[in-house]
Ligand binder design. Structure first.
Ligand code: CA2
Length: 146
C-alpha cells in the first residue's frame, strides 16, 4: 500500500465557490473524496492537507519524508514564487508531481514560470479536477517502477 501526500496551497479552499470559469464547480472536498476512492482502487492511500501559509506547506513536505512514498502538490500561486517550497521538495527527495487545475501556460506570463517543476518528476495542468487523478496515476506508476 503506497501512501501519498496530497498538498494544496493558497485559495484552493475556495474551489467550487468562486471563479468557476477557471477552476470549475467542484469543491476541494469533492476532489479529495474522489481522489481517495481512486487511490483505494489503486492500492494506495492519500492524506490531504491544505494551507494558505507557505511555512505550513514547507512543514507538511518535511513531515511527509517520515511516512509518504510521494507527493501530489498544487501549490497555487506559490508555484510561481516560492524558492522555499522548491528547496523543501528537493530536500526530502520524495517523488513529487506539480499539479494545476488550469492550463497555466495558456494564462498570464507570470504563471508560466514554475519554481517547483525542476525538482518534480512531472507536471499536470489544464484538466480541471481530473488533473489530480492524472497526477496521482503518474506518481503511482513512477513509484511502482522503483
Ligand atoms: O490552476 C491551478 O490549479 C493554480 O495552481 C491555481 C492557483 C493559481 O495561482 C495558479 O497559477 C494555478 C490559484 C488558486 C485559486 O483558487 C481559487 C479557487 C476558487 C476561487 C478563487 C480562487
Amino acid at each position: 500500500m503506497r501512501r501519498i501526500l496530497v498538498l494544496n496551497g493558497p485559495n484552493l479552499n475556495l474551489l467550487g465557490t468562486r471563479e468557476p470559469g477557471f477552476y470549475g464547480l467542484t469543491s476541494l472536498e469533492e476532489i479529495v473524496d474522489e481522489l481517495a476512492r481512486f487511490a483505494k482502487a489503486s492500492d494506495a492511500e492519500i492524506t490531504h492537507r491544505q494551507s494558505n501559509h507557505e511555512g505550513e506547506l514547507v512543514d507538511a513536505i518535511h513531515d511527509a519524508a517520515g511516512w509518504a512514498d510521494g507527493i501530489v502538490i498544487n501549490a497555487g500561486a506559490y508555484t510561481h514564487t516560492s524558492i522555499a517550497l522548491r528547496d523543501a521538495i528537493a530536500a526530502v527527495g520524495l517523488p513529487t508531481v506539480e499539479t494545476h487545475l488550469s492550463n497555466v501556460h495558456a494564462r498570464e506570463a507570470f504563471r508560466h514560470r514554475s519554481y517547483l517543476a525542476p525538482v518534480c518528476i512531472g507536471v499536470v495542468a489544464g484538466f480541471g479536477a481530473d488533473s489530480y487523478r492524472v497526477a496521482l496515476s503518474g506518481l503511482l506508476a513512477h513509484v511502482a517502477g522503483g
